[in-house]
Design a protein around this ligand. Structure first.
Ligand SMILES: Nc1ncnc2c1ncn2[C@@H]1O[C@H](COP(=O)(O)OP(=O)(O)OP(=O)(O)O)[C@@H](O)[C@H]1O
Ligand SMILES: [Mg+2]
Length: 289
């Protein structure tokens, strides 16, 4: 793995205004119905420079989605400060969100779904329509503009969700396992589409995934989370397009992949409450190799 200077990772001390996303000592707990406190995010310090593509990986329940919801302003921190381009985050057209389930509005057609977030932005109808058509062209759905979600395949719905997240050119795009429910082939096509769109529009992207390969195929930087903390912060530093061929697996790609995968496996194995053990079982005495 390449040794990186803190400036390159974007977490060096310096003015918060230089970062697209800045977490400064952020913590967030939830109280479960039994009164138990869950520390979903625990004293996270993180800086993401503008235009960076960051992937977050980590075991189930380690706080990935909570971190995105804090960045979107959907959840407020208990301690510390979150800022987006120097200000408190607030949901709106400046931040695109994409979730694992499509969350399309069934009674709105494709254009209506993509333009929905812009309608509260004060833009004129003609400007919204122009943004929507441009974005639909970019994801190859221009001729499906008047169709309804029920008339689309899973991959097309996901492209509508991608168009909706990117319409109007948001500076920040937060993606929570956006391709997890797609078949392998559609998922690869979506990854290509996303990279092409990112190259064209250059938003700052934070992309949560359970797939180490997906993280390494897409991102400039991979964060490994565990127990509400960022435990590893890795610059990928490999040229794109990245193809994990057999030859690559032996090279730097394979080294990064093994490092991240071992980190996640150790985190899962060390946690007897992990979803992997059904939350009622216990971790084996000796780790699985
Ligand atoms: N609204 C909530 N109320 C209570 N607990 C919550 C809430 N949201 C998250 N949690 C808890 O906070 C912890 C982190 O949850 P989070 O959804 O951020 O994990 P995650 O890393 O996204 O997991 P997964 O990979 O399964 O999606 C979990 O223990 C979860 O049960
Ligand atoms: Mg999650």
């Amino acid at each position: 793995m390449r040794d990186v200077a803190p400036q390159e990772r974007g977490d060096a001390a310096g003015p918060a205004s230089g970062s697209a996303i800045h977490f400064d000592g952020v913590s967030k707990s939830f109280v479960l119905s039994g009164g138990e406190h869950v520390h979903a995010i625990d004293n996270v310090h993180l800086r993401v420079p503008a235009n960076q593509f960051v992937a977050i990986v980590g075991p189930s329940g380690c706080g990935k989605s909570t971190l995105l919801r804090l960045a979107d302003g959907l959840v407020a921190p208990d301690a510390g400060r979150v800022s987006i381009a120097g200000s408190a985050p607030k949901p709106g057209p400046g931040i695109g969100m994409m979730f694992q389930n499509f969350r399309l509005i069934p009674w709105r057609n494709v254009a209506g779904n993509v333009g929905f977030a812009l309608e509260s932005s004060g833009l004129r109808r003609a400007a919204i329509d122009e943004y929507v058509q441009k974005q639909l062209q970019q994801v190859g759905l221009a001729r499906w503009s008047n169709h309804y979600p029920a008339q689309l395949s899973g991959g097309m719905k996901q492209r509508v969700a991608l168009a909706r997240a990117l319409v109007g050119g948001p500076q920040i795009v937060l993606m929570d396992e956006p391709f997890a429910s797609l078949d392998a082939q559609t998922r690869e096509l979506m990854q290509d589409d996303l990279l092409a769109l990112w190259d064209r529009q250059r938003p700052t992207i934070v992309f949560v995934t359970h797939s180490v390969d997906e993280a390494l195929m897409l991102a400039d930087r991979v964060l490994v989370m565990g127990g509400g903390r960022v435990l590893d912060d890795i610059m990928v530093g490999l040229p794109r397009p990245r193809i994990p061929t057999d030859a690559e697996q032996a090279g730097p790609y394979g080294q990064l992949r093994r490092h991240i995968w071992h980190r996640i496996r150790d985190l899962v194995m060390a946690d007897p409450n992990s979803a992997f053990f059904g939350r009622t079982g216990s971790a084996p005495e000796s780790g699985i190799r």
